[in-house]
Design a protein around this ligand. Sequence first.
Ligand code: FO1
Length: 312
Amino acid sequence: MSPARRRRIVVLTGGVGGAKLVDGLYRLLPPDSLTAVVNTGDDFRHLGLAISPDIDTLLYTVSGRANRAQGWGREGETWEFMAALRSIGGPGWFQLGDGDLALHVARTHALAQGQSLSTVIAGFASAWGLAMRVLPMSDDPVATIVDTDEGSLAFQIYFVERRCAPAVRAIRFDGAVAARALPEALAAIAEADAIFIAPSNPWLSVDPLLALPGMRQALAQARVPVVAISPLVGGQAVKGPTAKLMGELGLTANNAAIAAHYAGLIDALIVHEGDDQPDGVTCHATNTLMPGERDRMRLAREALALAKTLTQ
Ligand code: FO1
């Protein structure tokens, strides 16, 4: 009897919420079973540094370094750099912790030497002993731009400086059409035994991935279950602006709108118990909140079990 082939699991993910599901899967699965394809639409240059928030949040989360209360950055961070920067009149709106700076400086230096983003991130993951693949969705630059009633805002300006206050009219992804989806990510999708869309904001954090040429096709052609986890709990986002954004886009903040957004791509939607279960898609209701490791593993286990029942 040949040894059971290792199940190959792929997760498409943005930042905080998605990273928790990835962490749950990472804790459950055998090493080297898991690939995360991560949104880089939030990436930007700040003080000349190449910053990749969703990738760094994932690296911190699965390596146990994440600041859990804050959702981003490192546990036990210090802020000497920011204090010194402010003292000379530098920008204080985007906080760069002293330890966090190491990733930005090392990444900026490696990119300047001609390394690809995916190579740089693989190096960080390996240095931290992560037995999973953390893949940027592309090695090419893609910038999420939020068109609001106060004009077009780069993602971090909208999300951090303006705290998501401006009313959103549209969201675009500069560079996505010309960008190449990371070949390793497309290959992982083609070879997967199950594919998950993590509970990240579909419009802000998942759509940049879906905007890449070939990504939608890869998912639509996948002959394995594609299961999304709704980011909504009780019509609200667990963290971040999802419900407010949906209202501004003329949508009702419910799972029917989430399912409609992923129509044609997903075989099932995991929703929070008590929330609406839209017709036309297999729904699984459970507690989708993940305050602790056990919750992350429980949700991951349920997601894997659901995918298994959908595997023909
Ligand atoms: N979010 C904030 O609300 N304020 C910050 O000052 C901030 C700094 C920051 C630095 C590095 C990093 O990787 C993420 C950071 N974030 C900050 C979070 C970031 O804006 C979000 O994690 C994503 O872009 C949205 O998912």
